[in-house]
Ligand binder design. Sequence first.
Ligand SMILES: Cc1cc2nc3c(=O)[nH]c(=O)nc-3n(C[C@H](O)[C@H](O)[C@H](O)COP(=O)(O)OP(=O)(O)OC[C@H]3O[C@@H](n4cnc5c(N)ncnc54)[C@H](O)[C@@H]3O)c2cc1C
Length: 292
Amino acid sequence: MKDFDYLEPESIAEASEMMLAHPDGSVMAGGTALMLALRQRMVTPSHIISLRRIRDLRGITYTPAEGLRIGALALHAEVARSPLVRQHAPMLADMASRLANPQVRNQGTIGGNLCYGDPATDPPSCLLALNADVVLRSAHGTRILKVDQFATDYFVTALEPGEIVSEIRIAPSTFDTGYHARFLRTAAEHRPLVNFAISLRKQGDVCADVRMVIGASTRVPTRLRKAEDLMKGKTVTARLAAEVAELGVSEIEPISDIRGDGSFRREMARTVCRRTIEDLFNPAGSAATSAA
Ligand SMILES: Cc1cc2nc3c(=O)[nH]c(=O)nc-3n(C[C@H](O)[C@H](O)[C@H](O)COP(=O)(O)OP(=O)(O)OC[C@H]3O[C@@H](n4cnc5c(N)ncnc54)[C@H](O)[C@@H]3O)c2cc1C
């Protein structure tokens, strides 16, 4: 690891000015991703600009008008156990409780997760299914982006020089249920090969409204818009779940890497998508029904 200067700004504006003054510097939140990159000399910053003293990046709040606000420095473990998140976005709390391992959950932050842009992660697909906003601040202003505007490509985000993700916002939902499913290649792995997030409004067996996203197997989390249109307004049968999953995976471009090639990922995405829909509706003839 190369030597660097360590800076601890106390406000977003101060951090932003430091980032602009030291363009070869790196921002650090929990350091779980950055420390690995430093050790492997994938990055050799002149300065590390730690966000840990910036109080405005902390906390989880809820108001009926604006919904949830999750500070960028919220640890995965804090998201998992927050009563507010558990009440207003239970699929996010559930996802955070299963992410990685206890060490990463107690050191890594939700903001750092989004900003690293690593596709093999869980929050981006979950937040896209929840239609979350990502708030970016700098000394010169604020931008609010949707998750699919923020995560632009493989390890690439929309962050501009001097910008920090300050918080995630999730407006009060019109959906009444949701789930984030993840598939790991082996039980010993921490990172997902594929994940699938769904927000749903059900009327009995009918899908009144839905948002579906596949992540971890694609460069960026991908909304399954055609599959959503196929499912909306219909009674969900086992056959429809299979058709939705089939159409859904036709909308993604899976990546190939050390965890699996694109065709394997597509197969797993299809299966995770179908099974999750079946589990949520439990239609006649589904695996969930026949196993019961
Ligand atoms: C062993 C292991 C297993 C893992 N398994 C999973 C998994 O199963 N699922 C999953 O989702 N993730 C997984 N992860 C990834 C983990 O979630 C992230 O490493 C973590 O959330 C990053 O947060 P951090 O605070 O440590 O970020 P840091 O390492 O501090 O920063 C990461 C990057 O984001 C930038 N950054 C951080 N915060 C901000 C901000 N607020 N504004 C602007 N830029 C910022 C930094 O400059 C850096 O480039 C795993 C990681 C490890 C090491």
